[in-house]
Design a binder for this molecule. Structure first.
Ligand code: DC
Length: 232
């Protein structure tokens, strides 16, 4: 692979898109190529959902979930173990890197993400992290709400069938017992909540470049996005 050095790449790059559209994989690879940091904001909402489950808080209790989101401490650090993780996720000091990816968290994370105070608390943290630039930030509302002035906005999409198939293969590769139909159903459920909520719904910003990865490999998507970056 010929890795071309791009003079003056966009300082802040937003990547939005539905669950399992490859945002995290693509975002991390792009950030590596540019020597930028990468923040997957889904981790933060997952951390709130994970902590709520662990504390036995009802995810439909808006007040308790909101209060939790305002006191939670989320640290994302370099991976301390070679077990397939991209980084460590610490919640109030404890390692929950894998818990935040569990089916239980998948099931409730979209519900937790709907509450205005939760979104407010996470948005504030995300803007603070983006302040120094040289960042690729991944989520659902980065280009529309969190960083509307981002220098480049990518909206990464893929059909639900393709996303489910990719997630299925990924989970099998991790040695998990999974069912393709359940994965697809869970993705449809999350898509519906993420796109249907009234605050910061999942949608492409008007000035986003839409990339459909249905027929592309990871390598092709990265090359495609790198060309878009080079043209800015
Ligand atoms: O990208 P992900 O699957 O890890 O995201 C988990 C959930 O977090 C997703 O269903 C919706 C929510 N989320 C959000 O509402 N806004 C973001 N910027 C990122 C994620």
């Amino acid at each position: 692979m010929c890795e071309q050095v791009i003079p003056n790449p966009p300082n802040i790059i937003a990547i939005d898109g539905p669950a399992a559209s490859g945002k995290s994989t693509i975002g991390n690879l792009i950030a590596n190529r540019l020597d930028y940091i990468c923040l997957d904001t889904g981790i933060m909402y997952r951390a709130v959902a994970c902590k709520a489950l662990r504390e036995g808080i009802d995810v439909f209790d808006a007040e308790k979930i909101s209060a939790l989101s305002e006191r939670i401490k989320i640290d994302i650090r370099h991976a301390s173990e070679e077990d397939g993780r991209q980084f460590d996720v610490l919640i109030d000091g404890a390692d929950h890197t894998w818990h935040i990816r569990s089916p239980e968290v998948n099931q409730v994370v979209s519900e937790v993400s709907v509450y205005p105070r939760v979104r407010g608390a996470m948005t504030e943290l995300q803007r603070e992290i983006a302040k120094n630039g040289h960042i690729v930030m991944i989520g659902r509302d980065i280009g529309t709400v969190v960083l509307p002035d981002a220098d480049l906005k990518i909206y990464l999409e893929a059909s639900v069938e393709v996303r489910a198939q990719r997630r299925y293969v990924e989970e099998l590769g991790r040695g998990k017992k999974v069912c393709l139909v359940d994965i697809e159903e869970s993705l449809r459920h999350r898509d519906e909540i993420d796109s249907g909520r009234s605050i910061a719904p999942l949608r492409a910003a008007d000035d986003a470049v839409i990339v459909n990865s249905d027929d592309m490999t990871v390598y092709e998507v990265v090359e495609h996005v790198m060309r878009i970056i080079a043209q800015r």
